[in-house]
Design a protein around this ligand. Structure first.
Ligand SMILES: C[S@@+](CC[C@H](N)C(=O)[O-])C[C@H]1O[C@@H](n2cnc3c(N)ncnc32)[C@H](O)[C@@H]1O
Length: 346
């Protein structure tokens, strides 16, 4: 069976299905689906051939399957297309370090992945799925018990080990003994405690752990994330960009205030346009002053580089809009659209 550091993709390139691909969801997880415990969006973490994700999509769930093996992902994608399932998507990813799904999943299902991870990657994994989980999201992990398959399989967990490992971030709701199914042909010899059914499966001792992402811990985690240093070059680059835009906003606001000051210059000659456009121009000038503070805040407030970069892009887009309205929109509206400037002054 599965072991840390094994070549997962090779297992999927074999003609025979790998020992864990039993052609249907693990019965313990199928029961959760039947009970209505699963809420969309769902992450099938380390999905493999994705029998679980495909059944969920058939039941109307929106589900994402992630797996390190490109061959497994290709097979799962093809199977979903074949069955016309449009709410199941699959991607190759290392689940111990993936991004792009922040706060998205209400249910995370781990069917036999956790015990397969190298011990030193387990906390990274729990952290990654925690980030991908919505507040209050549920996590269900089906894992082998320690020594479940004798010497031939993954080491598995004692109940205490599993509890301690997961509870660093997740709040555990239930941890109970469970059966993990596999293809009988993968087990040469009989192993004490492992049963076999007459459909070609073995049933080994395991645990089903149910946990959730606590609201408060989510906040603590976010704060901790905000404090965790990002790679220095990218952090410096975004901070410098924020400062440059703060200076640019300062220049724009300053120029706008000169424009307003010079209205009617040099002979106090005011046009209809000058009078009418003054109020919106002043408003936009104050907005530009405000942007100086916004960019300085973005430069110096503690936050992740990614968050800073996204906020910077949004602020720049709004600033450009303000400048375009100020320099093109206002003159157009008052001079052309309203026809205020009759050339002889107001
Ligand atoms: C024991 S199999 C279980 C597969 C599937 N959940 C099932 O029940 O059939 C473990 C799966 O985890 C995947 N896997 C292992 N390490 C991974 C990692 N770091 N990131 C993503 N997937 C990983 C393997 O490719 C494999 O498909």
């Amino acid at each position: 069976m599965s072991e840390p550091n094994r070549d997962w993709d090779a297992a999927y390139r074999e003609e025979a299905p790998p020992p864990w691909s039993i052609g249907r969801p693990q019965p313990e997880l199928a029961e959760l689906i039947d009970q209505g415990t699963v809420r969309s969006d769902v992450l099938d973490s380390g999905c493999g051939h994705a029998a679980l994700a495909l059944v969920l999509a058939e039941r109307g769930h929106t589900v994402v399957g992630l797996d390190a093996s490109p061959t497994a992902i290709e097979a799962a994608t093809a199977e979903a297309a074949e069955r016309g399932l449009t709410t199941a998507t699959f991607a190759q990813a290392d689940v111990t370090d993936f991004d792009g799904y922040d706060g998205r999943f209400s249910t995370i299902l781990d069917s036999g992945l956790f015990h397969a991870l190298p011990p030193e990657r387990r906390q990274d994994y729990l952290r990654s799925i925690f980030r991908a989980a919505a507040p209050g999201a549920s996590l269900h992990i089906l894992a082998f018990a320690a020594g479940a398959l004798g010497d031939g399989g993954p080491r598995g967990f004692t109940e205490n080990e599993l509890r301690q490992e997961v509870s660093t971030l997740w709040e555990i709701d239930e941890l109970r003994p469970a059966k993990v199914y596999g293809n009988s042909s993968a087990l040469d010899a009989d192993v004490p405690g492992v049963e076999r059914d007459d459909e070609g499966h073995f049933m080994a001792p395991g645990f089903l752990l149910t946990a959730h992402k606590p609201e408060l811990a989510a906040k603590v985690f976010d704060d901790e994330k905000a404090r965790r240093p990002d790679p220095a070059p990218r952090r410096t680059l975004t901070i410098v960009a924020c400062i440059i835009f703060a200076i640019a906003s300062l220049g724009l606001a300053f120029m706008a205030s000169i424009d307003l000051y010079l209205t009617g210059f040099p002979d106090s000659h005011f046009t209809d346009y000058d009078r009418a456009a003054k109020a919106p121009k002043r408003l936009l000038m104050w907005a530009e002053w405000g942007f100086v503070l916004v960019f300085l805040g973005l430069a110096f407030a503690p936050m992740r580089t990614r968050t800073r970069a996204i906020r910077l892009i949004i602020a720049v887009v709004v600033l450009v809009t303000v400048v375009v309205v100020q320099r093109v929109g206002v003159p157009w509206y008052f001079m052309t659209h309203l026809g205020l400037d009759n050339g002889i002054g107001g």
